[in-house]
Design a protein around this ligand. Structure first.
Ligand SMILES: [Fe+2]
Length: 375
């Protein structure tokens, strides 16, 4: 039996944002977004519409700490009872922050209890979320969880509840056109990671894997061209579609070992999420050889090749995008690496992984991760 679920209404296409104010005609809403000038053009469009937002919160920074979120919740007390929807315009950090507001509204205690590890009971009547992603990577617009960082304790938490799926995702590739090369690479590789992580996953099913293969193929075919032609709307559109497929895949499986390896690397070594979760993909892919027939067969479809050749191709693809693929390039010590990997296999996402640490270590060794031999 296959049990697949994703309730998000996806509205996809060039210039969909300009028709967006119609969707909001009968809503009482606030906007949450980033502080940079770039986002003003979109908030201004809604401010000038026939039904403007009640308030704009534009202070969301990347990877928000729970203390930032407490601050946001505090400010939210002015309007949480006056609205029915939250419009999130931004990257994953903004959409995740919208989920935290939708769930906890202005109740700081609920967030504090969650961060301190107290089990939260059912989320009570969350506000509706309408997500307008401005990057193609996190797919937070298609998932029901939010990442919350506790930087003081070097910890990453995930607030998850089926009621936190956005009601609508407005995916407009024209919004993504101005992104820098570095951001385009990091977000594109995040989408690739979500796709692949949903295949070597205990929760995989044929529907999630179908989307995963589609998503991975589109990223690999289009990202190398896009980074040399950042204004190309067709390539942007292709990446946005890849991100939809990746979201439809991992919204049902969650991520796995590469993401669990990535979190301490992002926290301690400040390596952007999309790079931190993608550098290990070739090693994980190779380590799946002989582990699980179904996952192996699905992974082989990405490059239409066996896993050994596929993982080598993937390693070269990542190197061509300037992703560090050895321990010394990542500037991580052997001792730290061992600790990161051991903890990653023991963590929740690590337990989603169908493979094992021994085969992963062997693949790292064989592919020159430790000694930088040319592979
Ligand atoms: Fe990710």
């Amino acid at each position: 039996m296959i049990n697949y679920y994703n309730p998000v209404n996806i509205i996809f296409g060039e210039n969909t944002f300009s028709k967006f104010s119609k969707v909001l005609e009968n809503k009482k809403y606030i906007i949450i977004t980033h502080p940079e000038e770039f986002f003003n053009q979109y908030t201004n469009q809604l401010l000038q519409s026939s039904n403007p937002p009640i308030k704009i919160f534009n202070q969301v920074l990347p990877n928000p700490d729970y203390l930032d979120l407490l601050n946001l919740i505090n400010n939210f007390s002015c309007c949480d009872k006056k609205i029915d929807s939250i419009v999130a315009i931004g990257g994953g950090s903004v959409i995740d922050s919208a989920k935290v507001l939708a769930a906890f509204k202005s109740n700081k205690k609920l967030l504090i209890n969650f961060v301190r590890g107290k089990k939260i009971s059912k989320i009570d009547n969350p506000l509706d979320i309408i997500a307008v992603p401005t990057t193609s990577g996190t797919s937070s617009e298609l998932t029901c969880w939010a990442t919350i960082w506790d930087k003081e304790k070097n910890n990453k938490l995930s607030l998850t509840d089926k009621s936190l799926y956005p009601k609508k995702a407005i995916i407009d590739p024209t919004i993504m056109i101005a992104k820098t090369k570095q951001l385009t690479i990091a977000t594109g590789l995040d989408a690739l990671s979500h796709s692949m992580e949903s295949i070597w996953n205990l929760n995989a099913n044929p529907i999630s894997s179908f989307h995963a293969i589609k998503g991975a193929k589109i990223v690999l075919e289009n990202l190398p061209n896009l980074v040399n032609d950042l204004q190309n709307l067709q390539l942007r559109s292709n990446l946005a579609l890849a991100c939809v497929h990746a979201g439809l895949a991992f919204s049902n499986t969650k991520t796995a070992i590469s993401h669990n390896i990535s979190y301490p690397i992002t926290l301690k070594y400040r390596i952007p999420h999309g790079i931190a979760c993608s550098f290990s993909l070739p090693f994980v892919m190779r380590s799946m050889k002989g582990i699980n027939k179904e996952a192996e067969a699905q992974l082989e479809k990405i490059f239409d090749n066996d896993l050994i050749n596929s993982s080598t191709k993937l390693l070269h693809n990542l190197r061509n995008l300037n992703v560090p693929t050895s321990l010394s390039e990542l500037k991580i010590s052997q001792k730290d690496w061992r600790h990161i990997v051991t903890s990653a296999f023991e963590g929740e996402r690590g337990k989603n992984f169908l493979g094992n640490m021994e085969c992963f270590d062997k693949a790292c060794q064989e592919m020159g991760f430790f000694n930088e031999k040319e592979f």
